[in-house]
Design a protein around this ligand. Structure first.
Ligand SMILES: [Zn+2]
Ligand SMILES: [Zn+2]
Length: 275
């Protein structure tokens, strides 16, 4: 445990980034072996998604600088829910933080779907008609800003040790890559794992083009919130169609990165479903 704390306390970003790249490549190779999609289609699609991650990285770095200063300040002053409840042990803080932050993510994701203005930005992630590990990178930069702002508020309210934030973000990003992978777990493994954790099978249902499936499985790491709030859905592989019924043209002819960046700013694009 001490080694883990030390590793994340020092925020070893180079090693974390290397693990992120390794997981990305591992998923890519598995997909390449299993996928029916041609190599060129997969590459072109990934490039479009990769461009989103460049803008997202700028937003994350800028917000991150302020964010870590805020947490250091909170830790030194003993501010936050964990201090209020006098939870000081590493393991106690870790369990409480993972559960709390996972729940706030569920609420955030639910609101991104239910508030029409926010949906416009989140729909860019859902507009991908071909789901693979690169879809994890596909996030409108304004959504990155909204997501990070929500995360800062949740963390500021909680006030955990700084290494917990570093660990949580690391788990979050690795999990995000895996759940977007173009592969499925066997029904049996999925059924067992999905009692507690979010699985690729679950997230694929979230990317099904039509409601109520699009509005299901909002979880981040744990599946418990979807089970509690009855938004847990399953669908067999042969019934899955990725994308959105609002944008059927995305399936035939996907928009370029630039067009997708502009799409949320034209409300007319979304009137087909949301009035
Ligand atoms: Zn969503
Ligand atoms: Zn997704």
């Amino acid at each position: 445990m001490d080694n883990i704390i030390q590793f994340f306390y020092n925020d070893n970003q180079t090693i974390q980034f290397s693990i992120f790249i390794a997981v990305f490549i591992a998923c890519w190779v598995i997909e390449f072996v299993l996928s029916e999609n041609k190599f060129e289609t997969k590459n072109k699609h990934a490039l479009n998604n990769f461009l989103f991650s460049l803008l997202g990285a700028v937003v994350q770095i800028l917000i991150g600088l302020f964010f870590f200063k805020l947490i250091i300040f909170e830790n030194s002053e003993g501010i936050g829910l964990l201090s209020f409840f006098n939870i000081k042990s590493s393991i106690g803080q870790l369990i409480f933080s993972l559960i709390f932050l996972d729940f706030t993510y569920w609420v955030y994701h639910f609101l991104m779907h239910k508030i029409p203005f926010l949906w416009r930005f989140h729909a860019v992630h859902h507009s991908d008609a071909y789901l693979d590990v690169s879809t994890a990178l596909r996030e409108h930069p304004l959504e990155t800003f909204i997501r990070m702002s929500h995360y800062i508020l949740a963390v500021a309210f909680l006030g955990p040790y700084i290494w917990i934030i570093s660990l949580h973000q690391f788990i979050q990003i690795v999990s995000k890559l895996i759940i977007h992978g173009d592969f499925r777990l066997s029904q049996k493994v999925d059924r067992i794992l999905s009692y507690l954790l979010l699985t690729p099978n679950m997230h694929q249902v979230h990317h099904h083009y039509i409601r109520p499936y699009t509005d299901s499985n909002y979880g981040d790491l744990f599946s418990i919130w979807d089970r509690i709030f009855r938004t847990f859905y399953t669908l067999p592989k042969n019934e899955l169609i990725f994308g959105l019924d609002q944008f059927p043209e995305d399936i035939e002819k996907p928009d370029s990165w630039l067009k997708l960046l502009k799409r949320p700013f034209n409300s007319k694009n979304y009137k087909k479903v949301y009035k």
